[in-house]
Write a protein that binds this ligand. Structure first.
Ligand SMILES: O=P(O)(O)O[C@@H]1C[C@H](O)[C@@H](CO)O1
Ligand code: GUN
Length: 317
């Protein structure tokens, strides 16, 4: 019997067809995939020798509907390193099924991407955080996941893919190709979702760039949105261990990790979550976009320097 999630699911063949279409249009072979958060699309403009596609022209691709998300997939180079960049992402609150908003991660994988770098705009729950801080995400709370809305829910494609050259197991007499299910295993581990070496590298790069005063490490909590949080909700999330709250990223991280890509993610703290009944502050999307503009230069420099370091250090490549 077909269940509802099957209608929103992209098969391996659907994703392969989209990736093949893209690979046929450009000679860029990206190892790094970048996702731009709300108001942070300027990162994509930093790419050199661009080949860009509007989402509406890419077979099977969803469309961006949110202000501050341009809706373009941009291939190019960042300081000489081949990248692909989503200038605009998809969110649950746009009405898309969770399998649809995360499908680009599988396209990244099929394009050859090894490292995914995600950015988002988020509300600061940690009382020490200030607007304009950049938080390196070290872990997440997946609230929609607690309620069963996980991008990996539904059948897992268990057909085996053989990796002939990579990861082959050396035995005494022969080399046995390593096999894996199409995108990944049924029960992927998430305790190592955010790559610790990349977090340390980002701290080091941030310090070199003089960003230590506004660079943080913390836990990101995803909610469905689009309404911002009530005061009681902010207080609860903070008590649960979240430093920042947003409406994206976690679903993409789960799918990226499921298919074996390395993940690094950043939140720009665009507003302070309202925690006090006496406060006059009100969260709004305009403030989010405005803070994005103000921190665009530093965010772009941090990400592009990180990308350069990926190139120069084999441990990270
Ligand atoms: O795509 P991100 O997570 O950066 O966008 C955040 C969450 C909402 O889409 C929007 C609220 O202002 O910004
Ligand atoms: N849920 C949520 N998402 C955001 N994105 C930017 N700021 C916020 C916020 O305060 N809450």
């Amino acid at each position: 019997m077909l269940c509802l999630t099957d209608y929103f699911r992209y098969s391996f063949e659907d994703c392969q067809a989209t990736a093949d279409w893209l690979l046929a249009q450009t000679a860029v072979r990206p190892l790094v995939g970048i996702v731009c958060g709300s108001g942070l699309g300027g990162l994509a403009d930093a790419l050199k020798d661009q080949v860009a596609f509007n989402y509406k022209d890419i077979p099977n691709f969803p469309q961006s509907t949110v202000h501050g998300h341009a809706g373009r997939l941009v291939f190019g180079t960042l300081k000489g390193r081949a990248c692909v960049c989503m200038q605009g992402r998809f969110h649950l609150y746009e009405g898309y099924a969770i399998q649809k908003i995360t499908m680009p991660m599988r396209i990244f994988k099929l394009l050859g991407v090894e490292t995914v770098m995600l950015t988002n705009a988020a509300g600061g729950l940690n009382q020490d955080y200030k607007v304009g801080d950049i938080m390196i995400i070290k872990d997440h709370l997946n609230m929609p996941g607690f309620a069963g809305n996980n991008p990996l829910a539904g059948p897992n494609d268990e057909r085996q893919v053989l990796h002939k050259e990579k990861n082959s197991i050396k035995c005494e007499h022969e080399e046995i190709p390593h096999s894996d299910s199409r995108f990944g295993v049924r029960f992927p581990c998430m305790s190592d979702a955010y790559d610790r070496e990349l977090q340390q590298l980002a701290l080091d790069v941030g310090s070199e760039l003089g960003y230590s005063d506004f660079l943080r490490e913390g836990v990101y909590c995803v909610l469905g949105g689009p309404s911002f949080e009530t005061i009681a909700e902010c207080r609860m999330l903070h008590k649960l261990g979240a430093d920042a709250v947003g409406m994206s990223t976690v679903h993409e991280v789960i799918v990226a990790r499921h298919c074996g890509m390395r993940v690094f993610a950043l939140s720009l703290i665009t507003n302070k979550a309202v925690m006090d009944y006496d406060s006059e502050e009100k969260a709004n999307h305009e403030e989010v976009l405005q803070t994005g503009k103000q921190r665009a230069v530093q965010l772009e420099r941090l990400v592009s320097t990180l990308v350069t370091r990926l190139e120069h250090n084999n441990n990270y490549a």
